[in-house]
Design a protein around this ligand. Structure first.
Ligand code: DX5
Ligand code: ZN
Length: 218
């Protein structure tokens, strides 16, 4: 059970301070947005490179950008532990995943709530992580969409049936009252923005979320 706080909910003028507050997390979730794939803007490779240099935990980069085939490999070249791109934004998800792995990063495939997962199940061996979005991507603090849980179960059973080691991530609306639902449906990697950075004691938030996930795991 991995807990990856999202710095989308951190203080952008104190990012180093806020990243250093989450040393007990598994990874730090870094949301890259460019006002095209989603209607919000965060930061790009220059910031990700600096975060890579100062973070106490590995980087879990979530690209919410168009033309993923073109831009994703550059984030692997920065040394990010994991780079996840959206299926909706890529022309060739397999080629892009391979480009990430060749550059030493784990390769992640993300799907928005309305995107079916079935076309990608036969390609799971090409990926190290599948991210089932549990909100429409773009903003923190939205409500968890339980309607996405069947998709999570489908990935979990395909991964199990084929004996693969693919992490199953959820992102959006993950908090103490929802994390168990996602864990029960098969998630093992949980992004939490407002549920971590919205608390004064972020380390307590991380450990409480982890305990709640473990309590509902299979
Ligand atoms: C939303 C981002 C999330 C965001 C989640 O598009 O991908 O990573 O930070 O925020 P919360 O946990 O507040 O829903
Ligand atoms: Zn994200």
């Amino acid at each position: 059970m991995r807990i990856n706080p999202s710095i989308l909910s951190a203080d952008f003028v104190n990012l180093q301070r806020d990243v250093e507050r989450i040393g007990s997390a598994d990874l730090v979730h870094v949301d890259v947005m460019e006002n095209h794939f989603v209607p919000n803007l965060t930061f790009g490779p220059q910031m990700v490179g600096r975060l890579q240099a100062i973070s106490p935990v590995p980087l879990d980069v979530h690209l919410m950008i168009s033309e993923a085939d073109r831009w994703a490999p550059g984030y692997a070249e920065l040394g990010a532990f994991s780079v996840t791109f959206h299926a909706e934004a890529a022309d060739d998800v397999v080629a892009t995943a391979r480009a990430l792995r060749e550059r030493g990063s784990r390769a992640g495939l993300a799907v928005k709530p309305g995107t079916p997962i079935e076309p990608y199940l036969e390609l799971l061996g090409e990926f190290d992580q599948v991210l089932v979005m549990t909100v429409e991507p773009g903003f923190g603090g939205q409500s968890f969409m339980e309607s996405t849980m069947p998709k999570l179960r489908a990935v979990r059973s395909a991964v199990a049936a084929r004996g693969l080691d693919v992490w199953l991530q959820v992102d959006g609306g993950i908090a103490l009252d929802t994390i168990g639902i996602a864990a029960e449906a098969g998630a093992d990697t949980f992004v939490a923005g407002s549920a971590v950075y919205g608390r004064d004691d972020v380390e307590a938030a991380i450990s409480e979320l982890r305990a709640a996930a473990v309590a509902h795991s299979h």
